[in-house]
Design a protein around this ligand. Structure first.
Ligand SMILES: Nc1nc2c(ncn2[C@@H]2O[C@H](COP(=O)(O)OP(=O)(O)OP(=O)(O)O)[C@@H](O)[C@H]2O)c(=O)[nH]1
Ligand SMILES: [Zn+2]
Length: 365
């Protein structure tokens, strides 16, 4: 008799590796707020079992016993270990709005369809909460809640499909402050050790305060400081110093978000209007990176420009998650109008080898 090979997986929450076992499959009961042993569908019809399985969980054995109970979707074992995308940026730089705008487009946007990409949520119940808290709020044009990540766990977990490739992607987003003051011995930011790709987020009005608008100054009074905004971004520096080998080999992108503030500034204006239709080309990624770099260089944003030299593969992009600032009532006046939010993600996929083909050959080099 051939015994099936035991699959070892790495848990994205506690980062422990362990041999996968399905001896205790669990089902989440939102009503009771706990996980209970599953009830198998009648007759063990394979189609019904597969459907039910997409909502089942396995408790992570967390061999190093350093965290509270946490659960992995049973379908986790059907795929390779996920690509962990770590968001890094200063507090209030717009990380959460950007990643939510990105995921919204991945799950239903035309650009994702055009690029031949599809995505679905992997963790059923986590997605229900994520949708209610973030996607629906964003869709209705309201400001998203500030990041309060007590356990340092992931924000969203998707399976991205491109052609025959199916790759789980996990997004980690923690409060910017956690990079400088890692609480609980750095537990909130330990995902950096498992990062497979980095999404650095910098805030356009912060590095170019001349383009900040009155709403920005109300939201972030440090922008009107006579000393100008801080050229050093200690949050980014601290995060990079915690990456194994400084992360040099990981694909990295810099998203200069809130670029709606730069809509009258050349060449940002041109890039913001440049609709990629979901397709990215290595030569455009390079041309845009050059323009973002030049702008950051002129603004003395040296903590960000150095990333371009430190990482072997890196691209830089103008993006806007919301299209404009939030009003005093917590709403975006004309609703949310994201621009180019998928480009940094597609660039990361290309650099990570998930997206392939002649167009993206050599991306980020
Ligand atoms: N103008 C403009 N404002 C934005 C954009 N994205 C986010 N903001 C504003 O920036 C502020 C901070 O956004 P968040 O996404 O919560 O920032 P964060 O980096 O996740 O913040 P922390 O979790 O505290 O580190 C909010 O007031 C948003 O309305 C954008 O694309 N354009
Ligand atoms: Zn775990």
């Amino acid at each position: 008799m051939v015994t099936p090979a035991v699959r070892h997986v790495t848990c994205p929450t506690c980062l422990d590796s362990f041999a996968w076992q399905e001896t205790e499959l669990l089902e989440y009961s939102p009503k009771e707020g706990k996980y209970n042993p599953v009830v198998w569908p009648d007759g063990k019809n394979p189609a019904k079992v597969a459907d039910a399985r997409s909502r089942w969980y396995v408790r992570c054995p967390n061999p190093s016993k350093d965290g509270a109970n946490h659960y992995l979707p049973a379908t986790y074992v059907d795929y390779d270990d996920p690509l962990v995308i770590a968001l890094v940026g200063r507090p209030r730089s717009g990380k959460t709005h950007l990643v939510v705008a990105m995921i919204r487009e991945l799950l239903g946007g035309a650009a994702a369809v055009a690029s031949g990409l599809s995505a679905k949520a992997l963790d059923y119940h986590q997605h229900v909460t994520f949708k209610r808290t973030f996607l629906d709020t964003f869709e209705r044009g309201y400001q998203l809640p500030a990041t309060m990540n007590e356990s340092g766990s992931y924000l969203a977990w998707l399976v991205v499909e491109v052609g025959a490739v199916k790759r789980p992607v996990v997004f980690f987003d923690v409060a910017g402050e956690d990079f400088r003051n890692p609480g609980e011995n750095g537990r909130h930011t330990r995902f950096l050790v498992a990062a497979g790709a980095l999404l650095f987020v910098e805030d356009a009005p912060h590095v170019l305060p001349a383009f900040a608008e009155p709403e920005d100054l109300t939201l972030d009074p440090s922008l009107s400081s006579p000393f100008g905004a801080n050229a050093t971004n200690e949050y980014v520096q601290e995060a990079v110093s915690r990456l194994p080998e400084g992360g040099r080999r990981l694909p990295a992108v810099v998203a200069l978000t809130k670029s709606d503030r730069l809509r009258y500034l050349s060449p940002a204006d041109r890039w913001l209007r440049h609709d990629t239709g979901g397709h990215v080309h290595a030569k455009d990624l390079l041309a845009e990176s050059r323009d973002v770099y030049a702008l950051l260089h002129r603004a003395n944003a040296s903590s960000i420009t150095r990333l371009y030299h430190e990482f072997e593969r890196c691209t830089m992009h103008f993006v806007s998650a919301t299209g404009g600032a939030v009003g005093k009532d917590g709403r975006y006046r004309s609703g949310t109008r994201p621009a180019r939010v998928l480009v940094p993600f597609l660039s990361l996929l290309a650099m990570a080898g998930v997206l392939t083909g002649a167009d993206v050959e050599g991306a980020g080099r």
